[in-house]
Write a protein that binds this ligand. Structure first.
Ligand code: SF4
Ligand code: FES
Length: 256
């Protein structure tokens, strides 16, 4: 396949960027999107040019690093598929493909296609943990959890913190990410002690990081490579409301 790439190039944070056109020739349809970028980069370096910076790690859909806006869609055209699992057979010979970083106020661009997703780490630090002792692996089986509950927990636990939900949302909201963590931990028996304080603190941190609010566009669940449902946002809002009604926002300061 021969393709034309239009790639966002930006030297560093706060510097102006622009779309730059590259020819990607002799691309195998069996290559992943990242392998195609690797090949383009090899050819750029052979010519003495700066390679395109992009984030990646596992390349098997589990780490959430590969944050690429492809043809205006977070993670590209395949539903339920992270950029690293997207293959070039999803495109046609002769296509022009635009590749951009996540665009959100809370995710500043570091270089080319790489953004700073530290805001997600700070939301997790605010409450994405449990403190009850869980024992060792075999002890997990001694805490019985209803099948329906664990199915919902495991669906939410699939979140890989990629940020596609934020990038796809017209409000730049991190609600799907935050709600998946709150759902995952808040439904487990081990997550009960901090359940409402967790919702209060994580949602408050989400606001501090300048993510937008959720107005139920639903773009997040369409873009999510793990197809996490916006039902989790309903659960987050319910826990958050209960926490604020019973304790008030001042409870966050008290919890600290
Ligand atoms: S909810 Fe989905 S899109 Fe959002 S960070 Fe988690 S895996 Fe990525
Ligand atoms: S590189 Fe890990 S999910 Fe894509």
């Amino acid at each position: 396949m021969n393709l034309t790439l239009r790639v966002w190039r930006q030297v560093g944070p706060g510097t102006p960027g622009r779309m730059v056109e590259y020819e990607a020739r002799d691309i195998s349809p069996d290559m992943s999107f990242l392998e195609m970028l690797d090949l383009v980069n090899e050819r750029l370096m052979e010519r003495g040019e700066m390679p395109i910076a992009f984030d990646h790690d596992c390349r098997e859909g589990i780490c959430g690093s590969c944050s690429l806006m492809i043809n205006g869609m977070a993670h590209g055209p395949e539903r339920g598929t992270a950029s690293c699992q997207l293959h070039m057979r999803s495109f046609k010979d002769g296509d022009t493909i635009s590749v951009e970083p996540w665009r959100a106020r809370a995710f500043p661009i570091l270089k080319d296609l790489v953004v700073d997703r530290g805001a997600f780490d700070r939301i997790i630090q605010a409450g994405g943990f449990i403190t009850s002792p869980t024992g060792s692996a075999q002890d997990a089986n001694s805490t019985l959890i209803p099948k329906n509950t664990i199915d919902t927990v495991m669906d939410a636990a699939q979140c890989i913190a990629c940020g596609a939900c934020v990038a796809a949302c017209p409000n730049g909201s991190a609600s799907l990410f935050t709600a998946s963590k709150i759902t995952h931990l808040g439904l487990l028996p081990q997550g009960q002690p901090e359940r409402y304080r967790r919702a209060l603190r994580m949602v408050t941190q989400m606001d501090i990081e300048h993510f937008g609010g959720c107005t139920l566009y639903g773009e997040c669940q369409e873009a999510c490579p793990k197809e996490i449902s916006i039902d989790t946002i309903t659960r987050m809002n319910r826990d958050f409301l209960r926490a604020t009604l019973s304790e008030g926002r001042g409870a966050v300061a008290k919890a600290d």
